[in-house]
Each structure stands twice: as C-alpha cells, then as structure tokens.
Design a protein around this ligand. Structure first.
Ligand code: FAD
Length: 433
C-alpha cells in the first residue's frame, strides 16, 4: 500500500515537472502551425532561391534551428519537426545548419530542375554553354560571402584547365559584373596569373553601391582572394566600398567600367563578348551579373517625373517632406525608416499585400515603433495608380485617395537579367537538353 502511494506521488511530481514543458512546446507548435498556414495563404511560404533542406527522419524537433535564424520566422516546429514557415525570408546565412545538433539541415538550392528562375550550371559553375560560367547571386544564392566564395571557386577551377593561347583570343577569361562575385573572380584570376578583364556597366561594387548611406552589412567571415579575411560581423557600406577600391588599386585589377554586356556568341570557336562599346574575344566568361538588373517599373501615369526614384542613397537630404515609399521588402522598409527619422518628414508606405512577410526581424521591430508614434503610416492592400507634381493617387480597393506628396520611392524589385541569358543560349532549371 505504502509503495503504491510512493508511486502515485512520484507520478504527480514528474507530471508537474513535465507538463508545463509539454504545454509550452504544444503552444509553440500551435503558433508555428498557424503562422505556416498564414504564410501559405499569402503565398510567402515557398523559398525563391536558397532555403533550409530538412532531413525529417533525423530532425529531433529541438528548435535550435528556429532560435539560430538571424532573419527570424523562416523556420518553426510543426508536428514535432522543423519546417519551413516563411521560405521567402531565407537569405542563406546557414546558421540553422550550424546549430542543428544532429546535422539534419543543409542550406542550398535543392532540386532546381523545375526552376525557371535559376540558370542551369554544374558543380564547377559551368552553364550548358562550354566556357560560360555563373557565379554569385545570379546562380540563386544570395549574400556577399556566398558570392565571394563562388567567384573564387569558379576561377580556381578554370585556372587548372586554361591552356594559354594568346594567338586566338584576347583573354583567358572575361568576367562580367564587378560585385562581390566578380571582384573575387578577378582577384583569383590575378592570383593565378590568368589574362582576364573585369567588365561592369557601372563602377565596381555591385549591389553594395545601391545600399543606403551608412547601411550596416551583415557578413560571416570570408576570405577575399589576395586581400585576406573579412572577419568583422558587420561592415558599413562605405567600409566595404573602400575595400573594393583598395583591392582594385593594390592588385591593379584590369577593369572596364561603363561597359554593358549585350550578347555572347561563338562564331569561330572563340567566345565573342559583345559589350556596349567593345567586343572582347575570350575562351571563358564568368557571368557575375547578380539578380537585381534594372529596377522594375510600375508603368503608371507620372512615373517619369523627376521626383520618382528607385533607390535611396542619402535619407538626410529629405527633411520636411511628404514621401511615399512603395514596396514590402527590406529595401523599402529600410528606406522608409531612414526617411521617417528626418526632421519634419512624413512617410507613407504603400504595399499591395495585407502584411509584410519578408522583412528582417530588426526592421519589423523598428517599423512597429515608428508606426506607433505616427511617423510612418502603412497602407496595406493598396496600389499606387497615379503620380502628380504635388500629390499621388492610391487605390485602396474600395476607394481611391489622394495624398500630398513631394517624393516617391519605388522598390518593386529588379528585372533579373534572364532575357539576356536566354539570348546568349543559357538554359534554366533543368539540366542540359
Ligand atoms: C538592400 C540590400 C541589403 C543587403 N544586405 C546584405 C547584407 O547585409 N549582407 C549580405 O551578405 N548581403 C546583403 N545583400 C545581398 C548582397 O548585396 C548580394 O547577395 C551580393 O551583392 C551579390 O553579389 P554578386 O556579385 O553576385 O552580384 P551584385 O552585387 O548584384 O553585382 C552584379 C554586378 O553586375 C553588373 N551587371 C549586371 N548586368 C550587367 C550587364 N549586362 N553588363 C555589365 N555589368 C552588369 C552590375 O552593375 C553589378 O555591379 C543585400 C542586398 C540588398 C539589395
């Protein structure tokens, strides 16, 4: 009888310890399940490029990956397993994979065979056209660190296979795009004494040039060939551009700026790279064009006005203004936050969806605070339909409103350079046909 009571008491004590954990875990799971359903409804659950691939058999549902994600929200626990909740937010830090105690996560592109937004390339970065390679974000993986690593990997591979033949071509290698991938490719070519040329239609820097002034850039340690390791967790935009300038000078990088790639052909066995002012003959090309391309336009009346812009470089030039920011990604929200901090400036954000689903946690928190204080006003489910000198017309679904306006910033993404790749003959998604 006595041992019976001891068993009951032990059971009650054990239950009182375990039950709160169980209930907390269940509550979290229910929350994640609801978030997942909401993301599915908004169409933001599916990744567009990189994403965490979860081995469900090995996953133990410990949520280390959920806590490790710097973007927040990408992963959750549903039915006891890690699951992708908001795949659009994954930018490929890979912290979830590092945190997983059982090695059940890998961050990558997964099966790209059905993707029409990712060009085909093999392990070495070579496309279906022999001699034409892809590096950096154009291949689907975002982040400066990934771009630097890929630029280096592609050219290290090439340098082992290039046979110098100065008689038939100008270069061993022409690299298009002087962002992180292209600059890393050029430094690797320099290191391996290849004859190369780096080409860009703007100056060197790539997408970093488009960041707002003083933007803090998050990176993980990565080795920039010849230069050394970039090991700070955060750099300002200006610091990174300074490094770009230094490496250009210190290693005499052969670069042609203001030169836009228009096409690549192979009339006589040698690749001919047709740019806006020159045609270069080469045996290999590395395309490091990024995925931003030209800013996407809304094609609405008044978009041609000089007060309409597609990037914000310096928020401090906009004091005491009425500003409309269009878009729902981090670029739009970071611009809105920067502008809203200027004295006397009133910012309205117009977004066509009912919620921001792709933005960083840090931006979400800042935005919450600025909307609470009334410095930023958000119009969800809205579309900008008309821009005039002193006002803008916005469609809210059931009504149209006019707002006083001095400037409009449009962040509707970029037109990725897929048309150009198709013209060159590069295939997408499925492997070589
Ligand atoms: C607002 C914003 C914030 C970001 N923050 C971070 C961050 O904090 N940390 C991080 O790691 N990453 C961040 N990123 C992502 C990072 O900037 C990119 O992943 C990285 O720049 C990709 O490098 P890339 O060399 O592949 O391409 P890009 O940097 O895009 O460079 C491509 C280059 O190709 C050139 N080009 C394109 N088409 C042509 C053509 N036809 N002819 C000639 N030249 C051409 C362009 O002018 C450009 O210089 C951010 C991106 C954005 C937009």
């Amino acid at each position: 009888m006595e041992s019976y009571f001891i068993w009951i008491i032990t059971f009650i004590v054990a239950l009182s310890i375990v039950l709160p954990y169980f209930l907390k875990f269940k509550k979290l799971q229910d929350k994640d399940r609801i978030r997942k359903l909401e993301a599915q409804r908004l169409g933001s659950d599916k990744p567009i490029a990189q994403y965490p691939q979860i081995d469900e058999l090995n996953c133990i549902g410990c949520a280390s990956c959920v806590d490790a994600c710097p973007e927040g929200d990408v992963l959750g626990i549903v039915s006891g397993k890690a699951t992708i909740i908001n795949g659009l937010k994954c930018v490929g830090h890979g912290k979830c994979a590092e945190a997983c105690p059982v090695g059940a996560i890998q961050v990558g592109l997964g099966d790209i065979s059905k993707r029409d937004d990712i060009p085909f390339y093999d392990e070495q970065g070579q496309t279906n056209i022999p001699g034409i390679y892809i590096a950096g974000e154009l291949g689907g993986l975002a982040l400066i660190r990934n771009a630097i690593k890929q630029g280096n990997k592609v050219v290290e591979h090439l340098s082992k296979h290039v046979v110098p033949d100065p008689s038939s071509s100008d270069f061993d290698l022409v690299i298009i795009g002087a962002g992180p991938a292209g600059m890393s490719a050029a430094l690797t070519a320099e290191k391996n004494k290849l004859s190369y040329l780096l080409v860009d239609h703007q100056k060197a820097g790539g997408t970093i040039l488009q960041y707002p002034r003083k933007k803090l850039v998050m990176t993980q340690p990565v080795e920039l060939p010849l230069y050394g390791i970039l090991d700070k967790p955060e750099y300002s935009k200006e610091e990174l551009l300074k490094i770009w300038e230094q490496v250009q000078k210190r290693f005499s990088i052969a670069i042609h700026t203001n030169e836009k790639l228009l096409n690549i052909t192979r009339p006589n066995g040698i690749l001919e790279v047709q740019c806006s002012t020159h045609t270069f003959k080469t045996r290999n090309v590395v395309l490091a064009l990024g995925r931003r391309g030209m800013p996407r336009k809304l094609n609405i009346p008044g978009e041609h006005l000089p007060k309409v812009m597609y990037k914000l470089l310096d928020a401090t030039s906009y004091e005491n203004e009425h500003i409309l920011v269009v878009g729902g990604g981090d670029s739009a929200i970071e611009a809105a936050i920067g502008l809203a901090r200027q004295p006397g400036t009133q910012v309205t954000v117009s977004y066509r969806k009912e919620k921001f689903f792709r933005i960083k946690k840090r931006n979400e928190e800042r935005l919450k605070e600025l909307t609470r204080t009334g410095t930023i006003k958000i119009l969800y489910n809205s579309n900008l339909v008309r821009i005039e000198e002193k006002q803008v017309g916005i469609d809210l679904g059931d009504q149209r409103i006019n707002l006083s306006n001095d400037y409009v910033f449009i962040f509707a993404g970029g037109e990725a350079p897929f048309g150009l790749l198709k013209k060159i003959g590069i295939q997408f998604g499925s492997s070589k046909k």
